[in-house]
Design a protein around this ligand. Structure first.
Ligand code: HEM
Ligand code: HEM
Length: 185
């Protein structure tokens, strides 16, 4: 029985983690740059590009997840905790897929010229500013909720590791093989 997530899952988890940090950071840094300066456009480009990469990799993660059995936590957790973790992970997938989709749609309907990785992106011939505002509002709402969800997710992982002292966190960390049952699958 496998005691850790498969290597591609571990790699994707931490790659997405750094991309999400970069996506959030680019918006925070943009806010610190005076309006009308080229720095703001630079941070927009970084935000759109990193955010779009999150979308692609979250979809790849779902495909990779379907290829492997999720390793059980040792010692086993109560069923309610298992279900709660399952629901939280589902919500994370839903949020970090819908967020970039809403961002892209918001740019599409804005009528503004925009770039992804330096490439020109399509925009609606007929801009719809009312719709664009709604999409942007929803994007910002989900993005701000994301801080709490990820905070909760990380806190749960640390609680498992330091308080419950099971192998929940070690299963998604590169390298370690101890604290769990059995050897590699
Ligand atoms: C996981 C991916 C993403 C995350 C975590 C994220 C997060 C955020 C955050 C935190 C904000 C600022 C919210 C606020 O001011 O209250 C924001 C704004 C915005 N994001 Fe994203 N975003 C992501 C992907 C994208 C993508 C792919 C696009 C477009 C291609 C995009 C377009 C925008 C736009 C247009 C704004 C409003 C900017 C402004 O008003 O200055 N986002 N996003
Ligand atoms: C942007 C940040 C993060 C995102 C988007 C994220 C997303 C996810 C997702 C979707 C899963 C489910 C994996 C699957 O079965 O497909 C997962 C698992 C996991 N993550 Fe994160 N994560 C993030 C940050 C972190 C951090 C900072 C930690 C540790 C402090 C962490 C620890 C874990 C652990 C231990 C698991 C395995 C949970 C289990 O199977 O019970 N994650 N993460």
């Amino acid at each position: 029985m496998r005691t850790k997530y498969a290597s591609p899952q571990i790699l994707l988890h931490w790659l997405v983690f750094f991309l999400v940090v970069g996506t959030y950071a680019s918006m925070l840094l943009k806010g610190a740059v005076p309006k009308g300066t080229p720095g703001r456009e630079y941070f927009n480009l970084v935000h759109y590009s990193l955010g779009f990469s999150v979308l692609v990799l979250m979809i790849v993660r779902l495909l990779v997840k379907a290829m492997y059995v999720t390793p059980a936590i040792a010692p086993p957790e109560p069923r309610w905790q298992h279900l709660a973790a399952h629901a939280a992970h589902g919500l994370i997938y839903l949020m970090f897929i819908s967020l970039p989709v809403l961002g892209v749609l918001s740019m599409y309907y804005s009528g503004n010229h925009w770039l992804l990785f330096g490439m020109n992106m399509p925009q609606s011939v007929v801009p719809d500013i009312a719709l664009q505002k709604q999409l942007k509002g929803l994007h910002e709402l989900i993005a701000n909720t994301g801080y709490y969800l990820i905070g909760l997710h990380a806190a749960a992982a640390l609680f498992h590791h330091y308080v419950l002292q099971d192998n929940a966190l070690l299963r998604i960390l590169p390298g370690h093989k101890k604290r769990g049952s059995g050897g590699p699958a």
